[in-house]
Each structure stands twice: as C-alpha cells, then as structure tokens.
Design a protein around this ligand. Structure first.
Ligand SMILES: NC(=O)c1ccc[n+]([C@@H]2O[C@H](COP(=O)([O-])OP(=O)(O)OC[C@H]3O[C@@H](n4cnc5c(N)ncnc54)[C@H](O)[C@@H]3O)[C@@H](O)[C@H]2O)c1
Ligand SMILES: O=c1ccn([C@@H]2O[C@H](COP(=O)(O)OP(=O)(O)O[C@H]3O[C@H](CO)[C@@H](O)[C@H](O)[C@H]3O)[C@@H](O)[C@H]2O)c(=O)[nH]1
Length: 415
C-alpha cells in the first residue's frame, strides 16, 4: 500500500497496487486509472459510471464502507472524506481488498468536515460529479447528553460541505437522513409526506439538514438532492469482512445481540413487553445494509439520469415490521446460539411500532429491498463470528496500536 500526503493537507491515498498520484493528489489522472476507466463497467442506464467521480463523506463508517464497495464494483471512482471519529482505517483497507482491481479507484482523505480549508483542498484537487454525505455523529443518547457536540459536528460540517460544493459547482447530493425525522409517527407505515418532528438533538440535526437541502434547492434549481430516510440498518457484507463495529456499549439492538452471541456481554435487555404490538415488544423495519447501499446507487442513477429531481425524500426500509423477540429468534436460528435476555421497562423515547412505506422508492428509484430477516441475521452472524471484537481484534503482529491506524498512515505519508 502506498501512502501519499499532499502538502498543506492530509491526503492519504489508499491503494492495493503501485500508483502514480502526483503531488496535487490528482489520483485519477494516472495512466493505469485511465485504462481501468476505459475497461470498466458500462452502466445500462444512460451514463457510464467509470466516468463519474463520487465524494463519499463518512465513507469509512458502517453504511459508508458498504456503499463505497458497491460504488467501486460498479466502476465509479470514489474519494472518501472521513475523520475516523467513529471508524477505522482497517475498514477502508478491507473495502480496497474486496474491490479487487477496482480498489485502485479509491482515494482516502483524512479530513474533518468542520475544517473547511481542508475540505476546499479536496475539491480543488478533483472534480466531483456527486457527493454522498454520510458523515455525522449518530448516537441518540449521546446527542441528548452533549447536544452542542452534535449540533456543531453535524450542522457545521454539513454547512461547510454544502458551501464548498456550491463553490465548485458540484450540485448533486445524496444525504443520509433517518426515519427519526418522523418522530413518534401517528400511524404506520410511514410515508414520505408524514409530518416531521425531532424528538432529540440527533433528530434535530437530520431535520435541519433536510430543511437546508429543500431551501438550497428552492433557491437554485441546479441542485439535485435525494434525502434517504433509513429505517433500521443491520447486517453486513456477505463476506463477513466489513460490518458495524460500534465503540463502547452498543445502543442498537442487533450490535448488542451479536455481542451477546460472541460472549462479550452476558445478556440482552429487552426494553418493554407491554407495547400494543404482536408480542408486546417494539416493532421496527430492519433493512440489510447491502440493500441500503444499493439504494444509494439507485439514488445516484436518478440524479445522473434526470435533470428535474429537485429535492426529494425516499424511505429505505423493507416495509415489514419485525418485533424484538422475532429478531432474537431469527438470530438464534441463524447463529445456533442462545441469546439470554431479560425483560425490562420501556426505553424512554422509544415508539411502539415504526415501519416504512416503500412505494415511493420502488416507483421513483426503482429500488426495493431484496433481503429478509433470515439473510440479515445470517450476515450479521457471519460478520460477528469472524470478527468477534470488530476491526481491532488483537493480532499476533499487533503492538496494540491497531486503534491508531490513522496516525500511522499520516506518519508514513509525511515521511
Ligand atoms: N446506522 C443507523 O442506524 C442509521 C440510521 C439512520 C440514519 N443514519 C445516518 O447514516 C449516516 C451513516 O451512519 P453509519 O451507521 O454508517 O455511522 P458511522 O458512525 O459508522 O459512520 C459515520 C462516519 O462519519 C465519520 N464522521 C463523523 N463526523 C465527521 C466529520 N465531522 N468529518 C468527517 N467524518 C466524520 C465517522 O468517522 C464515521 O466514519 C449517519 O449520518 C447516520 O446519522 C444511520
Ligand atoms: O439493547 C436493546 C436495544 C434495543 N432494543 C429495542 O429494539 C428496538 C430497536 O431499537 P434500536 O436498534 O435502538 O433502533 P431504534 O430505536 O429504532 O433507532 C434506530 O433507528 C432509527 C431510525 O432509523 C434511527 O433514527 C436511530 O438513530 C437508530 O438508533 C426498539 O424496540 C428497542 O427498544 C432492546 O430491546 N434492547
């Protein structure tokens, strides 16, 4: 792997082969990448992905890494911008490995979106056809405890990104929104025109960014923006090499279940069995991360193929509600492990039942989730059993600094 630092910023080229990036970091101008582009995948939808370069913020994270892999497999050139706040370099390395020769079309930039000058340098060194904006802090509880951190990171970072995109006339955007913008929905399934409300600071940041997007597009019709409202992302790439690796105690159901299964935690707490649902436990719309990644490619296709996208929101879910107990049983079947659990009081702020209407995404993005709960649990377990401690499992050759890959990359790059 060759590591490149561009003077004045902290670019790191991640590639699994010899590369010829120049000092401006113009990674894709090298002859080997030109030839890859000309031999790459031709898309059937009226444009050639190999001629498109996508900036992916937060591309080292859980959903971002799966999406970057699919973009590379489709033939896109990809630049990740991530500050590794909630992710590790190892995830990006594994994406490069999984992408095979298309891994050469990936560049990684260790940049914080709150650093506008650094972001500007990324845009000044490459032209981007579109941005997928995943980067953000996402833990609901932490946002309640430290709202300013969430407002600063998620809103200042996003403002910087949009300003720089405008400066460089990059006006196609896919934004990671969330079902959280429906607050406590009055009925199910949630359709995209439901009233939106935020019930915590994290949700406020998603709502604010949605407002920013609508207003920006209203003021300048050249923008094409797709807001993807994810329901409950779970599972992992079928290889078991990339997946979700939360820091600290997991907040979400499936990461917790998987840690019980591998013996990292003794039991799961099931929050509430007195909801007016099929078995009394909370019902959610779990969606496989591979389907979510597909949804981003479908959104890009729409942005590239139509000039009148405007600013449009789409739910990404399966449209099916699954209870906590059903999810536990499916995971037990997939893993052959017993998941001990105890019933406890409801978790404050939780809804009884939330699931998506998926008709708009089916109709307008031509996207529909392919995977069901059995496949979700199979792939969750495949990832968990191969990586019981996530990406940072102590290895024989490790000196205990696996958590600080970013520092070592920068060190190499500057040398
Ligand atoms: N996972 C979910 O349950 C879920 C549900 C709905 C919406 N979302 C949204 O989807 C997006 C991706 O979620 P994820 O689950 O992959 O989370 P993640 O934490 O795994 O990935 C987010 C990435 O953004 C990076 N990041 C954060 N702040 C940054 C900054 N200022 N500059 C540069 N990089 C920064 C992190 O290091 C991380 O790699 C987030 O915006 C999240 O709010 C997630
Ligand atoms: O240890 C746990 C964790 C969760 N649950 C229950 O499992 C269900 C799902 O919970 P969780 O995985 O935490 O997801 P949500 O509360 O639905 O929230 C997720 O999904 C929302 C919609 O995408 C996002 O807005 C949030 O950020 C994201 O955390 C709920 O009924 C919880 O009460 C438990 O019983 N025990």
């Amino acid at each position: 792997m060759r590591v490149v630092a561009v003077p004045g910023t902290t670019f790191c080229g991640l590639t699994n082969s010899r590369s010829t990036e120049n000092r401006r970091g113009d990674f894709f101008s090298c002859p080997s990448h030109r030839s890859m582009a000309s031999n790459g995948t031709k898309m059937a939808n009226g444009f050639n992905a190999t001629q498109k370069r996508i900036l992916v913020t937060g591309g080292a994270g859980y959903i971002g890494s799966h999406t970057v892999l699919q973009l590379l497999e489709e033939g896109y050139k990809v630049v990740i911008v991530d500050n590794l706040n909630n992710s590790v370099e190892e995830a990006v390395k594994r994406v490069v490995g999984l992408a095979g020769k298309n891994g050469n079309n990936l560049r990684f930039c260790l940049v914080d979106l709150c650093d506008k000058d650094a972001l500007d340098k990324v845009f000044s060194s490459s032209r981007f056809d579109a941005v997928i904006h995943f980067a953000g802090l996402k833990a609901v509880g932490a946002s309640v405890a430290n709202p300013l951190l969430y407002y600063y990171n998620n809103l200042v970072g996003t403002l910087n990104l949009f300003e720089v995109m405008k400066t460089y006339s990059c006006k196609k955007l896919v934004f990671s929104s969330s079902a959280t913008v429906y607050g406590q929905p009055k009925s199910v399934p949630c359709t995209e025109d439901f009233p939106r409300e935020a019930v915590n600071p994290y949700g406020q940041t998603k709502l604010f960014v949605e407002h920013m997007c609508y207003d920006m597009q209203k003021a300048d019709h050249e923008w094409g923006i797709i807001l993807l409202r994810y329901f409950n992302p779970v599972a992992a790439h079928p290889s078991g090499l990339i997946g979700e690796d939360p820091r600290g105690v997991p907040n979400n159901l499936m990461p917790f279940v998987q840690q019980v299964a591998v013996g990292r935690r003794s039991e799961l707490t099931v929050y509430g069995n007195d909801y007016p649902t099929k078995d009394g436990t909370g019902v959610r719309d779990y969606v496989h991360v591979m389907d979510l990644a597909d949804g981003h490619l479908a959104a890009l296709r729409k942005l590239f193929n139509s000039s009148d996208t405007g600013c449009a929101a789409y739910n990404l879910g399966t449209g099916k509600g699954v209870s906590v107990l059903e999810m536990i049983e499916a995971f037990e079947r997939a893993s052959g492990k017993k998941i001990p659990y105890r019933l406890a009081a409801r978790r404050p702020g939780d809804c009884a039942e939330v699931y998506a209407s998926t008709q708009k995404a089916e109709r307008e993005l031509n996207w529909k989730a392919k995977y069901g709960v059995e496949e979700m649990c199979r792939d969750q377990w495949n990832w968990a059993s191969q990586n019981p401690w996530g990406y940072n499992a102590p290895r024989a050759d490790s000196n205990g600094t696996a958590n600080h890959g970013c520092g070592s990359m920068l060190g190499n790059g500057r040398a």
